[in-house]
Design a binder for this molecule. Structure first.
Ligand code: NAD
Length: 483
């Protein structure tokens, strides 16, 4: 076990700490820093490097690779911008090395932050012994016991594997392994057209891999509005990505030339569809809370109604009053920024400030091409709940900055309460969507009206003007659109 700050030898007992956090992802490490900087004595248990899935195997490495694909695409399209560029090639090993440098730099940053805030970091696998004891095991050594008045469980999630024949074969990889490939496969089948599936579909297709996506439901990216998903669907097709929807994968077997053959059928009729062969099959059919070995259930911590994640109330408290749970392990919202916010809420409550988690304005950011971002109520949720809404839409094709960028696909859509004018949701598909969503998030969180946004001066020429125009559209009509 590597230990810091005096956590001593094998079999030893340490503490009591005010808070022990198990899991150092964006939920756990943010909670640890936030508590420590308020004077709490905090220990953080992490079996790997801090930063969790997001930093080590998720959000950050994928974004580094997406940047490579963006630069490559721009160079391939340089002619559109009046430039002659020749001989541009993918150097996959160097792209992966750059991705690793970005990740390693950020991991070091998190380690420094934890140290500077006086958080004790204990490396090893954490297990609950009882409501105030965490046993930590590293390698073959004896367990170290940590005593704590409060415990925050933040162990995250792991990829789900479909229980189908061939799922364990060598060609089948999950998102962790997709980020560790030594070379680009010639062809890849991606099972699942959700967030992970579609982000990887664009990464690999843009790097020259023949990508096929097989999605069980009617639409890729099922939770987003259909018009939003359609933009990405069309763009995926242009990028050469083959997409099958309403299709169920039933088996994977060895096909011609040692490649994997993916067997699938029409999800509605059960009719067999022609097999697709590939060098790699990426399984991206969801993630599940990481509870194995944690000992939570064994000491009486209850799970949610589906038996998936740890049950918590809005204070992030489990049924055991001094044990809290945050992030993916609660199976509520599997997003890094939601986990961090849940961590702040848990710490506030532990330190005696009543604080409730509010899920009404959690932004979603999906890094496809074009990007998608949404917050609050979607149009389809509004319809399902019979809400009385006004929708303001504005296309990037009428935004000067988007046209100058040569990237004017997509639109902004604002959902306002028809009676009060308050903005209750919004979706963006198009250039800079994942950055632009910040403004709509602020509006939803603070119940700003479409009129207030429309009467806020937006710099010209910029992409946020598309939000300003959508606010006008929800009010009395966009200024730069003749409808
Ligand atoms: P997901 O739930 O977003 O998508 C899984 C997809 O697989 C769904 O569309 C589902 O219909 C499909 N599917 C399930 N079984 C299938 C089958 N047998 N055949 C074909 N398709 C099948 O899950 P994910 O993409 O694995 O992501 C996991 C979690 O991580 C999600 O909660 C996601 O929000 C989160 N995440 C978010 C981001 C982001 O916000 N940018 C990025 C990565 C992951």
């Amino acid at each position: 076990m590597r230990e810091r700050d005096g956590a001593g030898g094998a079999g030893s007992v340490h503490g009591p700490y005010d808070i022990a956090v198990i899991g150092g992802g964006p939920g756990g490490y943010v909670a640890a820093i936030y508590a420590a900087r308020q004077g709490a004595k905090v220990v953080l248990v992490e079996k790997d490097t801090p930063g969790g899935t997001c930093l080590n195997r998720g959000c950050i490495p994928t974004k580094a690779l997406i940047r490579t694909t963006e630069v490559y695409k721009l160079m391939q399209e340089a002619g559109r911008y009046g430039l002659r560029v020749q001989g541009v090639e993918v150097d996959f090993k160097r792209a992966m090395a750059r991705k690793d440098r970005v990740v390693n730099g950020l991991v070091k940053g998190v380690e420094t932050l934890l140290a500077k805030h006086g958080v004790t970091v204990v490396h090893g696998f954490g297990r609950l012994v009882d409501g105030e004891t965490v046993a930590v095991k590293a390698g073959e050594g004896e367990e170290t016991l940590l005593k704590a008045r409060h415990i925050i469980l933040a162990t995250g999630s792991e990829p789900v594997t479909l229980p189908i024949p061939g799922a364990a074969s060598d060609a089948v990889i999950d998102s962790d392994q997709a980020l560790e490939l030594d070379e680009l496969p010639e062809a890849m089948v991606i099972i699942g057209g959700g967030v992970i599936g579609m982000e990887f579909a664009f990464i690999f297709a843009r790097l020259g891999v023949k990508v096929t996506v097989i999605e069980y439901l009617e639409q890729i990216l099922p939770p987003v509005d259909e018009d939003v998903a359609q933009e990405v669907f069309r763009s995926a097709r242009t990028a050469g990505i083959k997409i099958f929807t309403k299709a169920r994968v039933i088996a994977i077997h060895q096909g011609e030339g040692g490649r994997a053959a993916v067997v699938f059928e029409d999800a509605a009729t059960g009719e067999a569809l022609p097999e697709v062969t590939a060098d790699k099959v990426l399984m991206a059919v969801g993630r599940r809370p990481l509870l194995e070995g944690l000992g939570a259930v064994e000491i009486g911590v209850e799970l949610d109604a589906e038996g998936r994640g740890i049950k918590v109330n809005d204070r992030m408290q489990t049924n055991v009053p001094n044990i809290y749970a945050i992030g993916d392990v609660t199976a509520k919202v599997m997003l890094a920024h939601a986990a961090s916010t849940q961590g702040l809420v848990a710490v506030d409550n532990i330190l005696g400030r009543d604080s409730l988690m509010d899920y009404s304005a959690v932004p979603n950011a999906i890094f496809t091409d074009p990007e998608i971002a949404s917050v609050g109520v979607t149009e389809k949720e509004a319809a399902a709940d019979d809400l009385n809404i006004r929708v303001g839409r504005f296309p990037f094709a009428a935004n000067g900055k988007a046209l100058a960028l040569g990237n004017s696909r997509g639109f902004v859509k604002l959902i306002a309460d028809a009676d009060t004018g308050a903005i209750i949701g919004g979706s963006i598909v198009g250039p800079g969507a994942t950055d632009l969503i910040g403004e709509i998030t602020l509006a939803v969180q603070h119940r700003l009206t479409a009129q207030q946004v429309a009467r806020t001066i937006h710099a010209h020429p910029t992409l946020p003007e598309a939000i300003f125009e959508a606010a006008w559209a929800a009010e009395s009509g966009a200024l730069h659109l003749a409808e």
